[in-house]
Write a protein that binds this ligand. Structure first.
Ligand code: DX5
Ligand code: ZN
Length: 215
């Protein structure tokens, strides 16, 4: 699955930018609060407006503190998948997953490049997606951190060995070159911001990424 990240779009033309990626699988929306990450993007009212015009289901990536307080709201406005950061959860991440699912969305758990998967292996089965960050969260356009690939492979092994219905997602620095490495490591969902919105023709960029991921 290809999930273009709206972070690299023109925020003054959101409806048009959403329409340009209509043949994507999910539309990735990066919510940042200037506390969990040193950047501020958009919040619930704007995401709700995007959801109303998007032909593609929303994949909301919450890079915020206190995700337990906000995550169910994104499910309520119709997001398909709502992902919270493991590092931001103060309580049991499984409680957040339960609340997101109760509000009608898939529940995702995200880990930063330096966060070991071992700490979260036991809670994985209570989530629907696992987002492995391949850059430090906060900004688009950064270089893919190849050192994270063993963690993607480990995630694939855990999911397969445990017969879990968890999609492994990679986010950060994914382009026509790096997507092959991520696909080979076993990722299912590929987030790409600058590689899609930085292209002259986002629809063609999505098709090219999809072809490379399945090559
Ligand atoms: C970074 C965001 C990513 C970002 C990816 O914190 O989570 O989704 O938009 O952008 P690229 O694909 O340009 O690295
Ligand atoms: Zn993201």
């Amino acid at each position: 699955m290809i999930a273009p990240s709206l972070l690299s779009a023109d925020f003054a033309r959101l409806a048009d930018e959403v329409a340009r990626v209509a043949d994507a699988d999910w539309l990735h929306v990066d919510v940042m609060d200037a506390h969990f990450v040193p950047n501020l993007t958009l919040g619930l009212p704007v995401v709700e407006a995007i959801e109303a015009v998007s032909p593609v289901p929303l994949d909301c990536h919450l890079m915020i503190e206190a995700p337990e307080r906000w995550a169910p709201g994104y499910a309520e406005i119709g997001a398909r998948n709502v992902t919270v950061h493991a590092e931001a959860c103060t309580g049991d991440p499984r409680d957040v997953a339960r609340d997101i699912r109760a509000a009608g969305a898939l529940a995702g758990l995200a880990v930063k490049p330096g966060t070991p998967l071992e700490d979260y292996e036991d809670v994985l089965r209570d989530f629907d997606t696992l987002l492995v960050m391949t850059v430090e969260p906060g900004f688009g356009g950064q270089a893919f951190i190849a050192e994270v690939l063993p963690k993607v492979r480990r995630a694939r092994e855990l999911v397969d060995a445990g017969h879990l219905t968890v999609l492994v997602e990679v986010d950060g620095g994914v382009n026509a070159d790096t997507i092959e490495q991520a696909a080979a490591a076993g990722a299912d969902v590929f987030v790409a911001g600058s590689a899609v919105y930085g292209a002259d023709d986002p629809a063609r960029a999505i098709a090219a990424l999809r072809a490379r991921a399945t090559a």
